[in-house]
Design a protein around this ligand. Structure first.
Ligand code: APR
Length: 239
């Protein structure tokens, strides 16, 4: 792994438009389960049963049970060193921004300023009908929208819903302009985010604890844990 991390450090130093794309594997070392890894959410439940727009409309109790559990698990959750390193690299001008599939907001909490939340943010609660904002407590208490009586929901992209246009467009144009795209902690199983690595005109690097993306999608693959690799990368950049 040492040589690959040194190669990534060189790529970073010699690139002008670097974008990072992260998935749930970036947050597991902050005790947030991923979806398809060995202890992932989808190991013992079908995402379309609990995390789809159909479930919200047809079985609100099941939908509410799943998302209130995920929200309660976020209490006390903090970014890890890897998130802080990415924020530091942005403040040094070495990366332009982060496109993330993650919804817990850990990149922003660590100080990253340009974050494209492609799958939304689980802490922002709104009415599914009139879109008015509501509080976390209102959702956890299973209250209805106090304006129109509609169902409350987290601001995440559910299966069967479109991605937020602004985040998607900003992320896509940044990646199209990039000369280096670093993909961290994602199985690349979910469309359309799994198309993004093909949209860069530059080099692609994968940091993941298992091999993903098939042959040819990445110029460099670093198989390892996100936090560990980012710490080693950071040490290399100091040299
Ligand atoms: N370091 C590096 N890689 C890791 C780590 C880690 N500490 N922990 C897990 N991984 C890897 C897993 O092995 C897996 O390959 O990260 C990847 C996570 O993949 P998924 O669980 O599928 O998560 P993600 O790719 O973000 O899922 C995309 O699917 O269900 C939807 O909306 C959900 O945003 C999510 C989307």
């Amino acid at each position: 792994m040492k040589n690959e991390v040194m190669e990534l450090a060189d790529l970073l130093k010699n690139s002008k438009h670097v974008v990072v794309l992260t998935g749930a594997g970036m947050d597991t070392e902050s005790n947030i389960p991923d979806f398809r890894g060995k202890d992932g959410w989808w190991k013992n439940m079908d995402p379309r049963t609990v995390a789809s727009i159909d479930t919200l409309q047809e079985n609100y109790s099941l939908f509410h049970e799943f998302y209130s559990m995920r929200l309660k698990m976020l209490e006390g959750v903090k970014p890890h060193k890897g998130h802080f390193i990415l924020a530091e690299l942005e403040s040094r001008g070495m990366i332009e921004g982060i496109a993330t599939q993650n919804v817990a907001g850990l990149h922003a909490m660590a100080g990253s300023r340009r974050v494209y939340e492609l799958h939304g943010n689980i802490r922002s609660i709104r009415c599914n009908n009139c879109h008015r904002e509501a509080g976390l407590k209102n959702f956890l208490n299973k209250e209805k929208c106090n304006f129109c009586g509609g169902a409350l929901r987290p601001g995440v992209v559910l299966f069967g819903e479109m991605l937020p246009n602004e985040a998607w467009d900003s992320a896509m144009s940044a990646i199209e302009r990039s000369d280096l795209l670093v993909v961290i902690g994602t199985s690349l199983e979910v469309y359309p985010v799994n198309q993004l690595p093909m949209m860069t005109r530059g080099k692609t690097v994968l940091i993941n604890n298992e091999d993903r993306g098939g042959s040819g999608m990445f110029d460099l693959k670093i198989i390892g844990k996100a936090r560990e690799v980012l710490e080693e990368l950071y040490d290399n950049l100091e040299d």
